[in-house]
Design a protein around this ligand. Structure first.
Ligand code: FE
Ligand code: FE
Ligand code: ZN
Length: 285
């Protein structure tokens, strides 16, 4: 198993992220290269990359993941947003590569009214402009909950994008448990069935990263609100409708073997998260 959480690069960049991950008992982790809501980024020289990579090695951490900011929307019908998304994603790929990560996770996009087909076409067109033939980094498309006009809430959307993108060998998938549950797939009672259909429609070889979250809503709610693993009304901000058993089954499953499984569970307050406890819980400690 390769477990970790979202961690921060504020302070000393990658070095801070690794130090935080060690505190949680992680094997891996995920970072944003800066604030997820904007495009302001520190210079790559100021990210303490060498020190971070060295500390990772010493503590046996590997395969960390970068998450692109939310403002990237390749499905946008607005030309300016579309162009900005392409340009910024290109830069993020260079940063990801410079930091020594192989995976940049993106939310494929929201069509904001132009319609699903138009949105999916735009995403594919955008990716075709972004991907360089010899790039090392996998653009990892996240499975989404289907909130608002968000696309990629079903495996068919991913399959469509894969088909439309020329160098699609640079594309992978990030499976977010909260999102897939909210999108309507039954990962609680039939994770094997869900994987079977993933394999049929997308191909299991594309599955490279997992986001491990509970959900505050029932299956199919399309809300995208993450819950702490196994949370109840009493010990957290709300009940987790997925439950610890289902999540444990997933992270211990053959399909997750050796792949980064990243917690994005809520913080209880500004200073308190449960990553350490949740990682221990998943390991079965
Ligand atoms: Fe995400
Ligand atoms: Fe996620
Ligand atoms: Zn989410």
């Amino acid at each position: 198993m390769k477990l970790g959480s979202h961690v921060s690069v504020s302070g000393k960049g990658l070095l801070s992220a690794v130090k935080e991950s060690i505190k949680y008992g992680s094997d891996t982790f995920m970072i944003y290269t800066g604030a997820p809501q904007n495009t302001i980024r520190k210079k790559i020289e100021d990210m303490s990359i060498e020190e971070g990579l060295k500390l990772m090695k010493e503590h046996g951490l590997s395969d960390f993941v970068v998450h692109a900011p939310y403002i990237i929307n390749l499905a946008s019908p607005n030309d300016e947003t579309f162009k900005m998304s392409i340009e910024f994603l290109k830069k993020e790929i260079l940063r990801t590569e410079a930091m020594g990560s192989n995976y940049i996770v993106i939310h494929p996009g929201a069509h904001v009214g132009s319609g699903e087909e138009e949105g999916l076409k735009r995403i594919s067109e955008g990716l075709n402009q972004v991907i360089e033939k010899d790039q090392k980094v996998f653009i990892t498309l996240e499975t989404m909950a289907g909130k608002g006009t968000e696309l990629n809430y079903c495996f068919e959307h991913t399959a469509y994008i894969l088909e439309q993108v020329k160098y699609n060998e640079k594309l992978a998938v990030c499976f977010d448990t909260c999102h897939v549950h909210d999108a309507g797939y039954d990962i609680i009672n039939d994770f094997d069935g869900v994987m079977e259909s993933f394999d049929k429609i997308i191909g299991l070889e594309r599955l490279k990263v997992f986001h491990i979250n509970g959900s505050l809503n029932k299956r199919g709610a399309k809300k995208d609100r993450h819950a702490n693993l196994g949370a109840t009304e009493e010990n957290s901000k709300g009940k987790d409708y997925i439950g610890v058993d289902a999540i444990k089954y997933i992270v211990h499953h053959e399909v997750a073997k050796g792949k980064p499984c990243i917690l994005e569970t809520p913080w209880l307050d500004k200073k308190t998260n449960l990553y350490k406890e949740e990682i221990a819980l998943l390991r079965g400690v």
